[in-house]
Every structure is written in structure tokens, then in C-alpha cells.
Write a protein that binds this ligand. Structure first.
Ligand SMILES: [Fe+2]
Length: 691
């Protein structure tokens, strides 16, 4: 049966440009030795590996023929060896890169020994060779091995160089053997569909960024991705970045996606600006071509099955959402067909230590708890002020609000507005099937740690708007993440609590800022209790939260001063300084005091302890990455903030502005998690520590 399934998968996947090969136990004799010399082919996007398993890993490349249109396919040889010199080759096999898949190939190689470093390269028909990639297999299922992982997200090509990856690679080279990076978790926004975004300098002037080779860092032909070739062009361009290529060649990656792999703030295959089934299919195909992952070949997880599946092309038309079920899934056939072309939620096991549970927060979600009709515009993505949590709660709950008796109106700024979600289903972020799978994976896994790899934060980010007539202490602004789905968040966190699940952590990105905190079982309950710690790492290069947030305030000076201030006005160094850390951790009075005086002692004196008591750390003026580490005793995070990657720092990599460490000790079933500050180096973020 095993063989039959494997054969079936091999056949199925071959049509999708996936190949399977089994490594030999013994080194092969008589392997081809590529000669150096002129080749009519190239590997401009480098090589990559992904989803390490104890006996297997996925290897990827893209080959470019000199005359692309002349060749339907290119035969590539893959070599995998135990050593960098390829003196112990254990696999040599031939695969075909098809033009139909933009000459990309994915090879699932099994038969490997666990917990080992491997080297691989691809050889073109002219004997030209790709760069050598390095990868690593997961430990044996019963091994007590620690996991050290990079945590990355949000890389906008035009907004900055991907220098953070250079820092990660250089730091790893210096790290002691027991702290080497095993894999890199990427929680999405690997590309941005919208270009023409610029970083700005202290005076708000756009910065023109130049690549290492002197070329302008632009994607001129794709102002906004619409077609399959647009999405491909974005991946090709993003992967031309030498630092990203280096990281991909050095570490296996574990990917999920967020919205920008398709379109800002989309859900299922919809957006207020119009249905986008065709774009969903095209974005799925481009992701599948350029992002390696073990999908059809992923190991069965704790549930005994594996929901992920390779890309299958689908013919769809753009149709408005219709025919919703109780979890807000639109059964409109084109929607189901579009989101059904690719399934990426899956688990990966790191010995006895960690179950990585990778979720897809986009393909099955319903609209968030915030109705654009209420806001008076069909396309508003962000409100220019935070909204009451109660309004979002009622909207999110739809017809299930108030015990199935939803109010006819909701209140906003003292006005009674029609509750447009009164007859709507309750909205879900994961969708019913994925949520059931997540719950079952959490309860069935016997790994010491269960790490949910989330595209968006679970943490609540309350904005203290109590200085306004209708404002509250915990109004919400970032509702495209779990803050827009409070009902399902409460359901999941209560599930963790009620089942006495311990050592569950959430790893995420999305906010273009570093945050550490505790997700409560019920933020609005009588006695909120921590259920799941979360480490939210910042962006590689997409606009830092601080600058983004100013753009969302609509120029409201009372709000702006709570986000950012000019240090030169109050006699401290720095032109663009964050008040936002203080606003989130200590409330509006603290942030306003900081903005007006630059005096952090005075600002702390004005702190309100009721503001976001679950947040411990905020660095909202940060780009970089995070390193997480899981051991028998604790889960640790080191938040790394680099200097702005608006210029090339060369082979030395970008300087580090700060490193900040937090950890979570293991906790017993029935206990609650705690978050422990673990020291820092460099200039601390302005009022970024709760304690
Ligand atoms: Fe992002």
C-alpha cells in the first residue's frame, strides 16, 4: 500500500512539475563531474531547499535557457552529496524543467539519514552548474534535538534591500554548533503585489534605492500584479537579490503565505475592490513554482493525514461571493475551484521537540469583523482611527452575536448605525475544516512544543483612545489579523485552556514590528488568562510599522503625536522617533507626554497599567528578523533589529541596532505560560519594554 500511494503521488505530482527520487545509502561511483565552461543556460534565481523531514527534503531551482522560447523543456541533473566537494554523491537523477512552469523544478528527495547536512547542485545540458546549496534533514522522530529557526516575513523589493538575510547568514557562521540555524520559517509577504512604494528619509522625502550592481531597485513593468506572468516577474525579481539567494542556498525554508502573495487584505478569492478568482489561481501557481514546500509529499501529521496538496490548474471566472455556509465560506463554484488549486497547511516534526503547525490564514477566511459599508466606502482597507472592540465583536459574530439575537444597530462615535452583519454567518479566519485540523493537530501531537506558524498575529493590540469622547482603552486598528476575528480567537484559545494544552506558542510576522506577548483565552472575559505566548517578528524590508501607521492616521494631529515625534523639537537625538511603542504598552497619556517632552521618566509616570497588560515588548521602528530556539526547558526568541536597508552594506552585512531576548519556560498542563525578559544588546527601543 505504501508503495502504491507513493507511486500515485509520484504520478500526480509529475504533472505538477514535482519529482521524487530516493537517495542511495552508499556513495555512487562514476558520477558525472561537471566541467566548467560556457553554457547556454543559467540559474539566475539560485537554488533552495524546504520542509526538512527525517529522511527527506525538497530541492528547488529554476533554469533559464539562452533562447527561452525555443525550448519547451530543459533536462536537469540533480546531484546530492554528503560533502561540499561532492566526493560522496548519494543521488544523481535527471528531471525536466518545463516552460509551462517557468522552468522551475521541485524535487522531493527521500532515503536520507536524519539530522545531517547535505549539499546539492543542478547541472544543465551544457554541463553548466548551479551554485551549491546546503540543506539539513530533520532529526529522527524520537530524538530530543533542539530546534533553532530564523523567523522572517514581509520583504518589499522596492522599499529596501534584503540585507537582513546577510546578517542572518553571517551571524549563523559565528554561532556555536548548538545554536546554528536549522531552518528558516517565513510567515508570508514574500512578494508584494503592489510596487511603487518608497521608503522616506527623516524629512519625508522618498529614498531611491540602488542594488549592489548599481541597477535601480524597481519592478518597472509590474505596478500591480494581475496576471500569472506579473506574479512570476515579481518572484524572479525578488529572487535576484543576492542576500535572499544566499539564505535560500544556506538553509531549508518552511513557508506559509500572507495576503501580498496575491493582494492586500484579500480573503478566499475576494476583495472589496472586486472578485479575483483568476488572480488567486495565478498567484497560487506562481507561489507553487517559486516557493518550494513538501505538500502532496508532506508526512502525515499528528492527525494521521496531511491536508496539503500540490498545485492543480483550474479554469475559473471572476464571480462575486455568494452561497455562504455557517463559517462564511463562499460555495460559489469559482471560489471553491480557485482556492482548491493549492493547499499549503501542513505540519512538520522536529524530533520529539517541536511540531511546526503551518496554517494558511487567507484561503479559507471570511471577511473580518469590520464592515466597509459601515465605514461609508466599498474599498477602505484601513480606518484612520481605531474602532471599538465591541463593534468588531458584533460584526465578527454576525447572526450568532448576543446568543443568536444580534442587535439591529451598532454604535460608532455615538451614532447608531445599521448592523449590516445581522444576518451574516460568523466569520472565521481559518475556515471550519482547517480549524478542526488545527485543533486535532494540537491535541494529538506529543511533541514537547507545538508552534503555530501564523501569517498574522493572534495578540490583541488595543489602542488607548480614551482621550476621545467615544474612545475606549482597547480600540482596535489592525483588524486584518486575529483582532478582526475575536470570536474564533476566543474559541481557539479557550480550546487550548479547556484541553489543558501546554507549550503551545505562536510564531508570526505581518506587523512590520517586533512584539512579544501573551495571547489570553478571552481578552474581554472577567478573568483573562494567558493561553499562548506569541513572538511576532518584524519585516525584512517592507515599510516599518512606525512610518506606515502615520500614513493611516488621515493626518489627525492628536493621533499622529501618539505614533511619532521629532526628537529635535524636544532636545533629544533622532528626527523620527516612536511614540507608538509607548502608546501600545503604556497608553495615550504616556505617549503624549513622551512626544511633548522626550522625557521617558515623565512618560512612564503617566502610564496606565490597564493598557495591553499582555504585551511585554514593542519595537515599532524595526526591520530585521528573529531567531527562535526550542529546548527541553524553554522557547526563546532573539529579536534582531538592523540598520535601515536603504543602502547596500556589502559583504559585511548591515550593522545591528539591537538584539532583544525573551523566553517562555515550559509550563505544565493546567498552568499558564509566562514571558521572561532575557536581556538585550545595543540601543533599546524607545519605551519598548513593559518592565
Ligand atoms: Fe507585510
Amino acid at each position: 500500500m505504501q508503495q502504491t500511494r507513493r507511486e500515485f503521488l509520484a504520478l500526480f505530482s509529475r504533472t505538477a512539475g514535482c519529482f521524487v527520487a530516493t537517495a542511495s545509502v552508499n556513495a555512487l561511483v562514476g558520477c558525472s563531474i561537471p566541467r566548467s565552461g560556457a553554457s547556454a543556460y543559467g540559474f539566475p534565481q539560485g537554488v533552495a531547499s524546504a520542509d526538512p523531514q527525517p529522511d527527506a527534503v525538497v530541492l528547488w531551482t529554476r533554469v533559464v535557457p539562452e533562447a527561452p522560447d525555443a525550448e519547451e523543456s530543459v533536462a536537469l541533473r540533480l546531484q546530492l552529496a554528503r560533502d561540499e566537494e561532492f566526493s560522496e554523491v548519494v543521488l544523481e537523477d535527471t528531471f525536466t524543467a518545463e516552460r509551462e512552469l517557468d522552468y522551475t523544478v521541485r524535487c522531493f528527495v527521500d532515503g536520507l539519514e536524519p539530522a545531517r547536512t547535505w549539499y546539492y547542485r543542478f547541472i544543465d545540458p551544457d554541463d553548466g552548474t548551479s551554485r551549491t546549496g546546503r540543506t539539513r534533514t530533520a532529526p529522527a522522530p524520537d530524538a530530543d534535538a533542539t530546534l533553532t529557526a530564523g523567523l522572517c516575513s514581509c520583504q518589499h523589493y522596492e522599499e529596501g534591500l534584503f540585507s537582513a538575510y546577510r546578517r542572518l547568514v553571517l551571524d549563523d557562521a559565528e554561532a556555536p554548533a548548538d545554536r546554528k540555524i536549522d531552518l528558516v520559517i517565513h510567515t508570508g509577504d514574500y512578494i508584494y503585489e503592489g510596487n511603487e512604494r518608497r521608503q522616506t528619509d527623516a524629512d519625508g522625502q522618498p529614498i531611491e534605492i540602488v542594488n549592489r550592481d548599481g541597477s535601480p531597485r524597481r519592478v518597472p513593468d509590474v505596478p500591480e500584479a494581475v496576471t500569472l506572468d506579473d506574479y512570476r516577474e515579481l518572484y524572479r525579481t525578488y529572487l535576484s537579490d543576492p542576500d535572499l539567494q544566499e539564505a535560500r542556498a544556506m538553509f531549508p525554508f518552511v513557508h506559509t503565505w500572507d495576503d501580498h502573495e496575491l493582494f492586500n487584505d484579500y480573503w478566499q478569492s475576494f476583495h472589496p475592490s472586486g472578485p479575483m478568482q483568476r488572480r488567486k489561481v495565478d498567484a497560487n501557481q506562481a507561489w507553487f513554482e517559486y516557493i518550494p514546500a513538501a505538500l502532496s509529499f508532506a508526512q502525515a501529521g499528528p492527525t494521521g493525514t496531511n491536508p496539503a496538496r500540490d498545485f492543480i490548474p483550474g479554469e475559473v471566472e471572476d464571480m462575486e461571493p455568494a452561497d455562504f455556509d455557517d463559517d462564511y465560506l463562499s460555495h460559489e463554484p469559482n471560489n471553491l475551484a480557485a482556492i482548491g488549486t493549492l493547499a499549503i497547511h501542513r505540519t512538520l516534526r522536529w524530533g520529539r521537540m517541536v511540531e511546526l503547525i503551518v496554517v494558511d490564514g487567507r484561503s479559507y477566511r471570511g471577511p473580518r469583523g469590520l464592515d466597509n459599508a459601515i465605514l461609508g466606502s466599498a474599498t477602505v482597507a484601513y480606518t484612520n482611527a481605531p474602532l471599538p472592540a465591541q463593534l468588531i465583536e458584533v460584526q465578527n459574530a454576525g447572526r450568532t452575536a448576543n446568543g443568536g439575537n444580534p442587535p439591529e444597530t451598532v454604535e460608532l462615535n455615538g451614532e447608531e448605525l445599521t448592523n449590516t452583519r445581522r444576518d451574516a454567518p460568523r466569520s472565521s479566519l481559518l475556515g471550519a475544516a482547517q480549524k478542526a485540523w488545527l485543533k486535532e493537530s494540537l491535541t494529538a501531537s506529543d511533541a514537547r512544543w507545538k508552534a503555530i506558524c501564523n501569517d498574522v498575529p493572534l495578540l490583541r493590540f488595543g489602542f488607548d483612545m480614551s482621550f476621545r469622547e467615544h474612545g475606549n482603552l482597547d480600540d482596535l486598528w489592525w483588524t486584518d489579523s486575529w483582532d478582526g476575528y475575536p470570536v474564533e480567537r476566543r474559541e481557539l484559545m479557550s480550546f487550548v485552556r479547556d484541553n489543558s494544552l501546554s507549550n503551545v506558542v505562536s510564531l508570526t510576522g505581518d506587523r512590520h514590528a517586533h512584539f512579544a506577548g501573551l495571547v489570553y483565552d478571552d481578552f474581554d472575559g472577567d478573568a483573562p488568562t494567558p493561553a499562548v505566548p506569541e513572538f511576532a517578528g518584524t519585516a525584512i524590508s517592507a515599510g516599518p510599522r512606525l512610518k506606515n501607521q502615520v500614513a493611516f492616521s488621515g493626518g489627525d494631529p492628536e493621533v499622529d503625536r501618539l505614533i511619532v515625534f521629532d526628537g529635535r523639537d524636544v532636545g533629544i537625538e533622532g528626527a523620527v522617533l516612536p511614540a507608538l511603542n509607548a502608546w501600545l504598552l503604556f497608553g495615550h497619556e504616556a505617549a503624549a507626554t513622551l512626544s511633548a517632552t522626550g522625557d521617558t521618566d515623565a512618560a512612564r509616570g503617566a502610564a496606565n497599567p490597564a493598557v495591553n497588560p499582555h504585551l511585554s515588548y514593542a519595537d515599532t521602528d524595526a526591520l530585521g528578523y528573529t531567531v527562535v530556539r526550542f529546548t527541553t526547558e524553554r522557547a526563546e526568541a532573539e529579536f534582531v533589529t538592523i540598520e535601515q536597508p536603504d543602502r547596500d552594506y556589502g559583504d559585511a552585512g548591515p550593522p545591528v541596532r539591537r538584539r532583544v531576548r525573551f523566553s517562555v519556560p515550559v509550563w505544565e498542563p493546567g498552568d499558564a505560560p509566562t514571558l521572561v525578559a532575557g536581556g538585550s544588546e545595543g540601543e533599546p527601543p524607545l519605551m519598548g519594554f513593559k518592565v
